[in-house]
Design a protein around this ligand. Structure first.
Ligand SMILES: Cc1cc2nc3c(=O)[nH]c(=O)nc-3n(C[C@H](O)[C@H](O)[C@H](O)COP(=O)(O)OP(=O)(O)OC[C@H]3O[C@@H](n4cnc5c(N)ncnc54)[C@H](O)[C@@H]3O)c2cc1C
Length: 319
């Protein structure tokens, strides 16, 4: 990465947003729920659409690659960190609008991409709107949830998403109907287009506030009982293989508790690989590979990571 261009981008970013929103050599462990990962060359925290478009434009001018992150709850960043600019859409870009009634009796809610899924769910519940109960407890942002088509307990974002406003890497804004995003199991067309989600609109139905809150509480309780939510993780590390559950396969191979360095297979839920002893990304990647190989050898099923793996390995140091 060209150091002069990075310095020029650093200065340009400080011209489009307050300097405290821009950092150099920022440890990605601070921005991922796995609590690991090397530094991003540059990282900026976005507070407005104008800042986002300014940052994208400045990065393009300096020919610096851009990586987008939300809450970092589905990210594994390698120990060498991320070259170029990381753009974080988080709590400073997190407004949720009041519900708008639609002619067919439904209501729409729009959230900026950095709003947490939790905040959007709470807005739905506060307004007695049903449809998002399944998502309560998914620890990502609205942008990340759309990108991943996040889902749980029989629901997925696809069920409620109406449209998204997105920005291309040139800074042009476009609106996509949900049907245009090819939402499938943990995938979306955004993975190919590289567009940045700036806001998402969901369609919800009027419901009973108490029933909605009760369902959300129950899902939350199930998570607390069945998932190691108190330990650093990225949720289910692997996608659900057709006809199987990743956790059940991993457990059936005797891998619960298996450890490499600071990373281990959760004792509570074998689908969660946890960074419970301050491991490195190298530990975690080695654990992923070991689990994949063991499960394949013993069951013939290939596990595919759901976690998005970013960045570079740590530089090799000769001894
Ligand atoms: C304890 C735990 C439980 C979990 N449970 C679930 C679950 O039940 N169901 C489920 O589906 N997932 C679950 N996850 C995984 C994760 O929360 C989801 O994938 C979530 O949608 C990721 O959102 P994020 O904001 O953290 O995205 P990040 O992890 O920051 O990013 C994920 C991907 O989205 C892209 N992205 C992020 N924001 C944008 C944006 N604004 N525009 C375009 N691209 C963007 C990033 O580039 C990256 O490729 C869990 C994770 C944890 C830690």
């Amino acid at each position: 990465m060209n150091a002069q261009r990075l310095d020029a981008l650093f200065e340009a970013l400080k011209a489009v947003m307050p300097s405290q929103q821009v950092g150099k050599s920022v440890p990605m462990s601070q921005f991922t729920t796995l609590r690991l990962g090397g530094p991003a060359d540059l990282l900026c925290q976005i507070a407005s659409v104008e800042q986002l478009s300014g940052a994208l434009k400045a990065a393009r001018e300096q020919e610096i690659p851009v990586t987008l992150i939300g809450n970092g709850s589905n990210l594994l960043v390698r120990d060498g960190g991320i070259r170029g600019l990381v753009i974080h859409l988080g709590e400073q870009f997190a407004q949720v609008t009041a519900p708008t009634p639609m002619p067919d009796g439904t209501f729409s809610l729009t959230a900026q991409a950095g709003a947490t899924v939790q905040k959007l769910c709470n807005a739905a519940a506060d307004n007695s709107l049903t449809g998002l109960e399944f998502a309560f407890g998914i620890p990502g942002t609205v942008g990340g949830a759309v990108y991943m088509n996040a889902g749980a307990y029989g629901g997925e974002m696809k069920d409620v998403l109406h449209s998204v406003t997105a920005m291309d890497l040139e800074g042009n804004t476009c609106v996509y109907a949900a049907e245009e995003l090819a939402l499938g199991y943990r995938r979306s067309a955004l993975m190919d287009s590289g567009h940045v989600v700036t806001s998402a609109t969901v369609t919800l139905r009027p419901g009973d506030g108490d029933t909605i809150r009760t369902a959300m509480r129950e899902f939350s309780q199930r998570r607390r009982q069945k998932q190691p939510i108190h330990l650093p993780s990225c949720g289910s590390t692997f996608k659900r293989p057709e006809g199987h559950f990743a956790g059940t396969l991993i457990e059936s191979c005797g891998l619960k508790g298996f450890r490499i360095g600071g990373a281990s297979v959760s004792q509570l839920h074998a689908g969660f690989l946890v960074n419970d002893e301050q491991g490195t990304a190298a530990d975690y990647l080695a654990l992923i590979a070991h689990v994949q190989n063991t499960v394949f050898d013993q069951t013939g099923v290939r596990l595919e990571p759901e976690v998005r793996i970013l960045g570079e390995d740590a530089a090799f140091t000769a001894v």
